[in-house]
Design a protein around this ligand. Structure first.
Ligand code: COA
Length: 252
């Protein structure tokens, strides 16, 4: 079964994470598919807005841990890097619809979305420290900018999850809805936006982001280098083995 579904309607390209049995954990193949769709959407005249969505019970459990162990991201051409850079520089509006757990990259990708609609069951977390890793997707920069240092530290240094109330308060999400309604609402909003003049959408987004992208890409590159190194170190190896063996990790 295809793990990333795509559908195009009324100027909206909808990319749906479709691996619910594994909580939409993202494999290298899924990152590659998402990155390829974003690359094509940049220049496709009939795509004006992209909507990323999951299932009403789960957005994404983050990186697929087994897949990550088998094919760790090697460089900036890796599928995960291509996807992260793709969302950071995507010139057209990028919307997301999020329900249930949004773990790791499931949360960090949202920092790059222009509008995020969430189900009241959404739970956000960036538990990189619990896995012996460091933040990715420039979240070590963007979380601090959006949430303030203390709340970012709670999320990134403690690995504490946060719920929709907090996410709404500090502006990670724009609206909370019943889970069964979120994808349909996000689709209506995306189509409403797609009916506006494309040049205005692109120029407005460019002006809003102007000056910020180089710092975001530089942070992403540094995070990727540290992340790749930490992935091979004993803490991450233990955390990942523990996850696969369904036990608690023991860090010395
Ligand atoms: N990578 C690989 N497989 C994953 C996964 C991940 N990140 N997250 C979940 N899965 C798999 C589980 O191993 C399980 O597989 P199985 O049915 O073959 O045993 C299946 O998805 C269901 O997961 P489960 O943990 O039973 O679901 P849950 O509803 O109890 O919990 C989560 C959902 C998302 C809270 C939980 O799965 C979780 O915390 N996952 C790890 C998230 C994580 O650490 N991500 C960061 C990676 S950098």
């Amino acid at each position: 079964m295809t793990s990333v579904l795509h559908n195009q309607e009324h100027g909206v390209l909808t990319l749906t994470l479709n691996r619910v049995d594994k909580k939409n954990a993202l494999t290298a193949d899924m990152y590659a598919s998402l990155a390829d769709h974003l690359t094509q959407a940049q220049t496709a005249d009939d795509v004006r807005v992209v909507l990323l969505q999951g299932h009403e019970t789960v957005f994404s459990a983050g990186n697929d841990i087994a897949d990550f162990l088998q094919q760790p991201p090697a460089d900036t051409n890796s599928p995960v890097s291509r996807f992260l850079r793709g969302i950071a520089v995507f010139p057209k509006p990028l919307l997301a619809s999020v329900c249930g757990p949004a773990v790791g990259v499931g949360t960090t990708m949202l920092f790059h979305c222009d509008l995020v609609y969430a189900g009241d069951n959404a739970a956000f977390s960036m538990p990189f420290v619990n896995l012996g890793l460091c933040p990715e997707a420039a979240s070590s920069l963007l979380a601090v900018q959006l949430m303030g240092y203390q709340r970012a530290a709670e999320a990134l240094l403690m690995g504490e999850p946060f719920m929709v109330e907090s996410a709404l308060e500090f502006g990670l999400i724009s609206r909370v809805l019943p889970p069964a309604e979120v994808n349909a609402y996000a689709q209506r909003q995306a189509q409403k936006m797609a009916a506006k003049p494309l040049a205005s959408l692109i120029e407005t987004k460019r002006l809003m982001k102007q000056g910020k992208t180089p710092a975001v890409l530089a942070q992403m590159d540094e995070e990727s280098a540290v992340f790749a190194r930490m992935l091979k170190e004993p803490a991450a190896v233990e955390a990942f083995s523990a996850f696969m063996e369904k036990r608690k990790p023991v860090f010395n």
